[in-house]
Write a protein that binds this ligand. Structure first.
Ligand SMILES: [Zn+2]
Length: 131
């Protein structure tokens, strides 16, 4: 997505975010959206069953290098999202992005600039930016 698209999205959020425009509302909506996104992922496993979430301790050999870490760590997800769960999760993810853009507007920040800064950090630090 180009910077124009991010700007368009941020402008659309600015023109539609009215009732929850204050910083406290925006911050609490970000938290609520994040919780709803988490719930949608969990419900894909516990209600639909299209994916399976497996929680267990991951044993890591001390000899594993940072380069090997990505290939060794398991994401704990088995299966594929069905069309319905994918749609629900994308909707909740969109709401989280909506309120994140709303916070940018409230603080006079650019969502695009924030993404650019993060991308620059990732490409500059490479594997040392692993989280
Ligand atoms: Zn599903």
């Amino acid at each position: 997505m180009s910077d124009i698209k991010y700007s368009d999205f941020q402008a659309a959020v600015d023109s539609t975010l009215a009732r929850h425009r204050g910083v406290f509302d925006v911050l609490s909506k970000i938290q609520e959206s994040s919780a709803r996104l988490n719930r949608a992922v969990i419900k894909a496993a516990t209600t639909c069953g299209c994916i399976r979430l497996r929680a267990e301790k991951q044993e890591l050999d001390d000899s594993i290098t940072l380069d090997q870490l990505r290939d060794v760590i398991d994401n704990c997800v088995e299966g594929q999202l069905c069309e319905n769960c994918r749609s629900v999760i994308e909707k909740e993810m969109g709401a989280l992005l909506y309120y994140t853009a709303g916070l940018c507007n409230t603080l006079d920040l650019s969502l695009y600039d924030a993404i650019l800064q993060e991308e620059k950090r990732l490409t500059t630090l490479g594997r040392f930016s692993l989280r």
